[in-house]
Structures are given as structure tokens and as C-alpha cells.
Design a protein around this ligand. Structure first.
Ligand code: R5P
Length: 302
């Protein structure tokens, strides 16, 4: 078995390689003067099980093309199997049409990966279960709930509620609540048409004098999270912790978190966080060992 890393999150790829004791294949990543991406794979992968690790995040479009080129090279060079390890699957937030004339970007990305030639996909906390059905190859969708729960067990669980910032996250919130045996509070989020900013309108459940844990899959601009945190603080939450799997942390999200009443934000390392975006409130928990376990499970005897 051989592991290859794209340029999006090499630190995570290294941690995964350490966990599975796999050899790292060498790739020279190239950039041509017209902006096109190229690569030269200098380790032989002939008849080997190959794992291509690449995530979304910053420079998402380049990362996606880079991954497709890696898969194409592995396929054409007769790798025994090609598994894409995409901790944060790009474009997965657009998994349905909101208007008649929309693309379904998540489905297109699934088609591209399969056309390039993946045999399987390992990802983490997919935005929606429907995405698994976009693929006709095995998809492993790793849940980060147990990983976060290990850290949440340090707080006063007798007085804790899990909060979802929108209806779409209710299932995720229930998984946390089941794991920790605490109640769920649901917020209803209204997103004005075509606006990246969000507005929280209503709340089902009680947060008064509680330690609240807001859970979500993605933090992008931070709008959803900050609105949710403000609402539950107004309604009397004593402390606010947050667990978010994919820390995109776009625009001024970090400054907004710093200025907010959020006490701690736990995130995973599915997406690389540049040093300047790290803050005292942000605690990064590595997903590497969960991914490594799935790599070891996927192909017996590899
Ligand atoms: C939306 O459905 C997702 O689950 C997240 O709530 C959303 O992507 C977060 O985006 P932002 O941080 O820009 O509000």
C-alpha cells in the first residue's frame, strides 16, 4: 500500500501515514505559467493499493483538479486500487437544487471522481447522507462524534444541552446527544435568498443556565455559529462550547469568534488551518487515527 498527498493538507496526510505505518509516495507538484497544474509521480505504484489524500478548504478548485490528476495518473499507471481520502469533500454543501436552474455541484464532483477512476472514497462528516448515494463505489463516511465526545466529557454533562444551529443539523445533534446522554435544542435558521449571511429565528428547547454545545459540520464565514451563540446567550446559556468538523474559517470568522461569547471551539484537522487563523479559543483535534482505522479496514490484508 502507498499513500500520496496532495498539497491541501500535507500535515494530516503525514499523521495518517504514521498511523498506518504506510510509505509516502513522492509527487512533484508543478504549476505551469498559464496557471494549469501538473505533477510528476516519482515513486512506482504499479499493482499497489494507492490512497490519495486531498481535502477541500483554501484553493478548493486547484485542490480538486490536483486530486483528479492524481487519480488519473494512478489509474493509467495500473495501480491495483485507488481510494480517495477526502476528509472535507468540496462542493458537498450544494447537494440539491434550491431553484429550478441550479447545478447540483456535489453530484458533479462525485461524477468527476468516479470518471477519474476511484474505487472507494473515505470522507468525514458528509454534509448530507444523500451524498453517499451520488457514488456507485463504497463510501466510508466517518463520524467525528466519538472523537468530540471524549473532550466534551470533561464538562458538566448533568447540566449540558446539545444545540443544532439549524434544522438540517438535527440528526447530527441527536448523535451527539445519544453519545453523551443529554437533551437536544433545535434552532431554526432562515437564510435570506442569495445571502451568505444567516439569521436565526426560533428555538425549540431550553438553554437557560445550561452549558450549551453547538454542533455543526462546517464553519465558513461564522455567520451561522455567531447567530446561534448570540441567541442562546440571550436565552441564558451559562457557557457556550462548539464542535465543528470542518474549519473553513473564511473571511473574518476567527475575529468574530474571538469577539463572541463562545468559550471554546473544538474543530478537527480535516481542513488545514494556517497559523494566523489559530486562536486561543480554537482547539484542534486530529481525525488522523479514525481515517487510519478506515484505511486499514477497507482492503483486508493491504
Ligand atoms: C449549512 O447548512 C452548514 O451546515 C453550515 O451551517 C454552514 O455551512 C456554515 O456556514 P457559515 O459559517 O458561513 O454560516
Amino acid at each position: 500500500m502507498l499513500l500520496f498527498s496532495g498539497t491541501s493538507n500535507p500535515k494530516l496526510a503525514e499523521s495518517i501515514a504514521d498511523e498506518v505505518s504506510a510509505r509516502f509516495g513522492k509527487i512533484e507538484h508543478l504549476r505551469f505559467s498559464d496557471g494549469e497544474i501538473g505533477m510528476r509521480i516519482t515513486d512506482s505504484f504499479l499493482r499497489k493499493h494507492v490512497y490519495a489524500v486531498q481535502s477541500g478548504g483554501d484553493n478548493v478548485n486547484d485542490s480538486l483538479i490536483e486530486l483528479l490528476l492524481m487519480i488519473d495518473a494512478f489509474r493509467r499507471g495500473a495501480a491495483k486500487s485507488v481510494t480517495a481520502v477526502i476528509p472535507y469533500l468540496p462542493y458537498s454543501r450544494k447537494e440539491k437544487k434550491d431553484t429550478r436552474q441550479d447545478p447540483i455541484s456535489g453530484k458533479l464532483v462525485a461524477n468527476l471522481l468516479q470518471t477519474a477512476g476511484i474505487d472507494a472514497l473515505i470522507s468525514v462528516d458528509l454534509h448530507s447522507d444523500a451524498i453517499e448515494g451520488f457514488f456507485d463505489v463504497p463510501v466510508v463516511n466517518i463520524s467525528p462524534v466519538a472523537l468530540f465526545a471524549r473532550h466534551l466529557r470533561k464538562i458538566d454533562l448533568a447540566n449540558t444541552v446539545i444545540v443544532t444551529p439549524d434544522m438540517g443539523g438535527a440528526k447530527r445533534a441527536r448523535s451527539f446527544a445519544r453519545e453523551l446522554e443529554v437533551p437536544v435544542v433545535i434552532l431554526e435558521k432562515i437564510r435570506p435568498h442569495n445571502s451568505p449571511e444567516t439569521e436565526v429565528m426560533t428555538m425549540i428547547g431550553d438553554v437557560s443556565s445550561k452549558e450549551a454545545v453547538i454542533v455543526d459540520d462546517i464553519i465558513s464565514t461564522g455567520g451561522t455559529l455567531i447567530n446561534a451563540a448570540e441567541l442562546i446567550r440571550e436565552r441564558g446559556a451559562k457557557k457556550i462550547h462548539v464542535c465543528i468538523t470542518h474549519p473553513l474559517l473564511c473571511d473574518n470568522a476567527v475575529a468574530r469568534i474571538e469577539a463572541s461569547s463562545i468559550d471554546t471551539l473544538f474543530v478537527t484537522d480535516t481542513v488545514a488551518i494556517p497559523k494566523e487563523k489559530l486562536s486561543k479559543k480554537i482547539k484542534v483535534i486530529s481525525i488522523a487515527s479514525l481515517i487510519a482505522t478506515e484505511i486499514q479496514n477497507l482492503i483486508p490484508g493491504n
